[in-house]
Design a binder for this molecule. Sequence first.
Ligand code: ATP
Ligand code: MG
Length: 422
Amino acid sequence: MIKSIKGTRDILPDEVGAWHRVEQAAHQLFSRYGYREIRTPIFEETQLFARGIGADTDIVAKEMYTFPDRDEEKTSLTLRPEATAGIVRAVIEHNLYQTDPALKVYALGPMFRRERPQKGRYRQFHQVDVEAFGMERPSIDVEIIQLALDYLRACGLTESQLILNSVGDAKCRPAYVETLRSALRAHKDRLCADCQRRTETNPLRVLDCKVPEDQAIIESLPKISDHLCAECRDHFAEVRRELGLLEIPYELSHRLVRGLDYYTRTTFEVTSAALGAQNSVLGGGRYDGLVRDLGGPDLSGIGFALGMERLVMLIPPGPQESRCDAFLAVLVPRAFDRALLIQHDLREAGVRVLVDHEARGLKSQMKKADKLGARYVAIMGEDELADDVWTVRDMTTSTQERVSDVKLAEYIEEKMRGRDAG
Ligand code: ATP
Ligand code: MG
């Protein structure tokens, strides 16, 4: 038997209600903040991610699904591991920044990373991604953080923590990275193998290390907050002031550097203890150099990405929806034609209808109707057929009424409206 690929998941019909809810909440809430949806391809040229995310990152070094295209030029393609690079490419390719006076976009969809599968970590997973371009002031940092928190609340997540840091910019970070590298070299023999390598290739990444033995050393390292330039310091101070103004609680963490190279200044993450080991629900920050690095104008950017599997795990499951409002039970073959005709009228009237295509006796059909959560069952046997009526049984009150065939759609629609109003 062929099974699904390790690290992928089927979202089955019983679970899909929660996905619809978080998708609907995104469309509704993001538009209130002026964001519009953008949909970009699932695969892109490999070099887009190599340049956009950074060659020394775990994503690019170890996790990408990369394959040659079947062409002469030997194009290398990659399944997108994150959304920002593709969105930035589209923004540049279509000059969106020239025509859109408030370039705010969001995207929903699958991402692909070859990680070790475990709870909350998959090889195909889904993200909600939000990006704003061309806005430099700290107030957009704060607005986007507020959007992220509003979204979690709208989805029904009640418990979460906001973590905040600033990682400086092209002016002050290089010097800090050197300071960090020197400090790390002094401890080199006592660090894990990964951190020994990162000391040379990407020292910031050491701050992300989870190996218990390394933690005491990492806590003693120089902090970026003591090495920010005046502009980055001012920017961060204003972000914090405005968060205070809006009464948004947060924790500072000098170790929040995020997994991608392109971040500048504000970085943030929202975690939830309920998730266990994979506790990060969303992460984001400012990336002022990225658009230029990918061949576009000098346009600032800020955004976040949220893991939809993790969000769905965290929110209340919601009621199991009934599958139909009305079920048509047909007891004689000739009545089936009436069912075929009437079911379409009912659906046009907005009623969710199911008919038993196998039509195997009243008892089995009533059982099916009950299982499907039908509010009304309309029955047509020999007698009803002769009088051109349906016997309509209200499944909650167990009462029955005879309703003429031509009036059935109207009758059920009215009953449902009365119920919804009551
Ligand atoms: P983590 O620290 O858990 O590896 P990350 O820093 O790699 O997360 P990002 O690249 O910032 O995560 O992606 C944003 C969000 O996407 C994460 O907060 C998480 O909710 C989700 N996410 C990332 N990788 C996976 C994965 N392999 N499976 C499921 N969700 C994921
Ligand atoms: Mg990761």
